[in-house]
Design a protein around this ligand. Structure first.
Ligand code: HEC
Ligand code: HEC
Length: 363
């Protein structure tokens, strides 16, 4: 907004100059004997108009003059969240804009920067954030970030504490990416946070946009079956992730075209995908690559079974000793005891989960 004081001063100055000019004109007319025209004082009219505008500006609400804030969130028909409108990036100052761009780049090509041969540091496994948070974290039901900025900080039972976004990001760095936590004041974390904040601008506090995160699949009545899952894997997954589940490294040697699903370079046993419901919900709406919530290829059963097959393979271990300080709050598919119920660990890993959920339901 223009500084009102500056406008007033300029106006006064213009007023003075115009009066002088007007007076001079009058004088010339007198001297040359031309008739006096009383409506000649055009300067006064203009100045009066300017003054009205200035005064009006002073009494009008400030917000009328502020540039539109970067309400970047895009919603499709049926209020489906579709990410952020990048044309709104110009509303950010240059440094912030660069940070948001770098954050997005880190989400898309994580491994290139902080992977095993990363150019910034060597910290994480072969995966990118985008391997699991598709389309840079914007795909509907593709484990997207739609509800991140609007719902954190929030209490999470896994840590038994209120978690900031930085803490939640580092959860994925330590578990899904099997690395060590990023320095929360470092450029990489600040960039990821800037990107997540940018994605969430325009989503009201507490709101979870439609299609955010991972869909919940209904429980099966039987345990998920790794053997049946193997057939699904062979029919629908091998072509990209490979028969040995180790994916395909790109020519640059830094990132994977098809990420590994198990083994030393995959997510560890403390990661979200190591829980069957997260894996099944993710895969149902997103794999084989290209499928969507509207047009999936796997049945719910196939999704549960292939989840069981992949999670029955070896994954890096994780120190979970500080997780779930209140063990009553463990989700039904948390695969490691101790539990407050009497169901065996294998049922917590493969199901059926219905009976466990029923027991936890408050009467
Ligand atoms: C191996 C898969 C995987 C990778 C790689 C991964 N994540 Fe995640 N992430 C998950 C899963 C699963 C969840 C939990 C989703 C749920 O429970 O609904 C999650 C949750 C999150 C959340 C919280 C979402 C919410 O709405 O509460 C954030 C933020 C997040 N991840 C950021 C990242 C970032 C940043 C990276 C890269 C540095 C990353 N993740 C890498 C699988 C992954
Ligand atoms: C056409 C190739 C293709 C097929 C077929 C495919 N995937 Fe994927 N998958 C990918 C790609 C590519 C990614 C990473 C997504 C990205 O980076 O955008 C991925 C990511 C994943 C991830 C998360 C990252 C990780 O490595 O843990 C899981 C889990 C996964 N796929 C499971 C499956 C399962 C199960 C099947 C079979 C039902 C399957 N995929 C079939 C290409 C494929």
């Amino acid at each position: 907004m223009l500084n009102p004081l500056l406008i007033v001063l300029t106006t006064v100055l213009v007023l003075v100059v115009m009066h002088v000019v007007d007076d001079a004109l009058q004088l010339i007319r007198e001297r040359t004997g031309q008739p006096m025209a009383h409506d000649m004082r055009w300067s006064r009219r203009i100045v009066r108009a300017i003054l009205i505008v200035v005064v009006a500006q002073l009494v009008m609400p400030r917000s009328w003059f502020e540039p539109t804030p970067p309400q970047a969130a895009l919603f499709g028909p049926d209020s489906l969240w579709l990410g952020a409108d990048t044309t709104r990036l110009i509303h950010l100052d240059r440094d912030q804009r660069e940070l948001v761009r770098y954050g997005r780049e880190l989400v898309v090509n994580t491994s290139r920067y902080i992977g095993p041969h990363g150019t910034v540091m060597q910290n994480t496994n072969a995966l990118n954030c985008q391997s699991c948070h598709l389309d840079a974290g914007t795909k509907p039901w593709g484990n997207n970030y739609g509800a991140v900025w609007s719902t954190y900080p929030k209490f999470r039972a896994r840590s038994g504490a209120t978690e900031t976004v930085a803490k939640r990001v580092n959860d994925c760095v330590e578990r899904s990416l099997n690395g060590t936590a990023l320095d929360s004041t470092g450029r990489e974390m600040r960039a990821i946070l800037a990107y997540l904040e940018w994605l969430g601008s325009g989503i009201a506090r507490g709101q979870r946009p439609k299609g955010s995160g991972i869909a919940e699949l209904p429980f099966m009545d039987r345990p998920a079956d790794p053997e049946r899952g193997r057939s699904v894997f062979e029919a629908k997954c091998v072509s990209c992730h490979g028969a040995d589940g180790q994916g395909l490294l790109q020519d640059d040697g830094l990132t994977y075209q098809y990420p590994p699903l198990w083994g030393p370079l995959s997510y560890n046993s403390g990661a979200g995908l190591y829980r069957l419901s997260r894996f099944a919900g993710y895969v149902k709406n997103n794999m084989p690559q290209g499928v969507t919530h509207e047009a999936p290829q796997l049945s719910d059963e196939e999704a549960w079974d292939v989840a069981a097959y992949v999670n029955a393979q070896t994954h890096p271990g994780a120190d979970l000793s500080n997780d779930w300080p209140d063990i009553r709050l463990k989700p039904v598919d948390h695969p490691f005891g101790p539990f407050t119920d009497t169901f065996p660990e294998t049922q917590h890993k493969f199901g059926p989960f219905g009976p466990i959920a029923a027991q936890y339901k408050k009467p």
